[in-house]
Design a protein around this ligand. Structure first.
Ligand code: HEC
Length: 321
């Protein structure tokens, strides 16, 4: 005699073909990511054009994936059972959307000159998430059988956790590390076991222990405080979008004093005491349409006064830290 759920457990050729196709596509993505990891160089405008849709694309799967457990839970009420029967379909769309977003993310990272640990982690987070979702879907569709029934909620929970982690990694690449927690109230930081943030210089006034009269000291370009007060903010405004840990264009990072002094792939860009020998000054003084001119595109250029300020700081020994 046939069990009532027999049609569920019988392998359907269509389902097997779909699973094989999904596995092949995923394996293809893994091969691409391994063979062509993001290496910090530009690889063409078309790839970047399509890749730049990634920040837009990722929001779809996030919303869809959150819907799945919400519908499964709500559908436990008998009169909302229709929600539960639609959850599998939503999960299938979510899995396809995650795959597309992961592929596009790889394209963006490779073609747009990204590299670094955060990028690699985020990329593999997305690729793994696509696999976990596909396996969860497989378990959902094979619900008649015991082990799959037990594994499904676990796989779903794992994909939600992995999604939050991956999304946070993406946020860190776009907005900088700690974007989410930078403005968190101190009590909440302590509750999560996170270290306290250092006090902002603006909050430290005279008489406060360790107060740093940065404004007063830094009018003199030979003072190391000149760098954090006058120079670093200019880089942050006009240069760091392309010269940061995830994206060192020309092998150069301008997000810290140490990195600035280390220079780029053509060597030192700042020669202390010699602004005329510093490649950075040369590039800042070029006409904007010159290929070597910096910032290369999009960002606000330095005013002549700002370039002069950098020049005097380098002439005075380029001290900082
Ligand atoms: C839109 C992206 C972008 C922005 C913004 C940008 N750069 Fe660049 N930068 C590049 C690229 C790409 C290269 C490598 C190609 C080249 O050498 O021209 C580069 C190379 C450099 C180099 C040479 C590094 C080396 O060793 O070869 C210096 C110096 C430099 N940039 C300084 C700056 C400064 C200063 C700013 C801010 C005023 C800035 N860049 C803003 C994209 C950018």
């Amino acid at each position: 005699m046939m069990a009532p759920n027999a049609p569920e457990t019988r392998p359907s050729p269509l389902r097997t073909a779909a699973s094989l196709l999904a596995a092949a596509l995923w394996a293809g993505l893994v091969v691409l990511v391994k063979r062509f990891p993001p290496d910090g160089r530009d690889h063409g405008d078309l790839g970047q054009f399509v890749g730049r849709l990634h920040p837009l694309l990722v929001h779809g799967p996030v919303a869809l994936l959150i819907l799945v457990p919400a519908m499964e839970l709500a559908g436990m009420r008998r009169d909302w059972a229709h929600l539960r029967s639609a959850a599998g379909w939503i999960l299938a769309v979510a899995a396809a959307a995650i795959f597309a977003a992961a592929f596009d993310g790889w394209l963006l990272a490779l073609s747009g000159g990204y590299r670094g640990r955060d990028v690699t982690r985020h990329l593999w987070g997305g690729v793994t998430l696509a696999a976990v979702c596909a396996v969860a879907l497989r378990a959902r569709l094979g619900r008649g059988t015991g082990p799959a029934r037990a594994a499904y909620p676990l796989l779903l929970a794992a994909s939600l956790g992995l999604m939050v982690w991956t999304a946070d990694g993406g946020g860190a690449i776009t907005h900088g590390d700690g974007y989410l927690t930078a403005k968190m109230p101190p009590q909440l930081r302590a509750w999560f076991g996170m270290p306290a943030l250092p006090a902002k210089p603006a909050e430290a006034g005279p008489g406060v222990p360790g107060a740093f009269h940065a404004g007063l000291l830094s009018a003199d370009p030979s003072n190391p405080a000149f760098y954090p007060v006058h120079i670093a903010p200019l880089f942050a405004r006009s240069c760091v979008s392309c010269h940061k840990p995830e994206k060192h264009k020309g092998g150069l990072r301008l997000d810290s004093y140490e990195q600035l002094m280390r220079g780029g792939e053509d060597g030192k860009v700042v020669v202390p005491g010699s602004p005329w020998a510093s490649d950075m000054i040369r590039r800042l003084k070029l006409p904007p349409n010159d290929d070597d001119s910096m910032p290369s595109d999009g960002e606000k250029p330095f005013t002549p006064e700002e370039t002069q300020m950098l020049d005097s700081w380098i002439a005075a020994g380029a001290k900082g830290g």
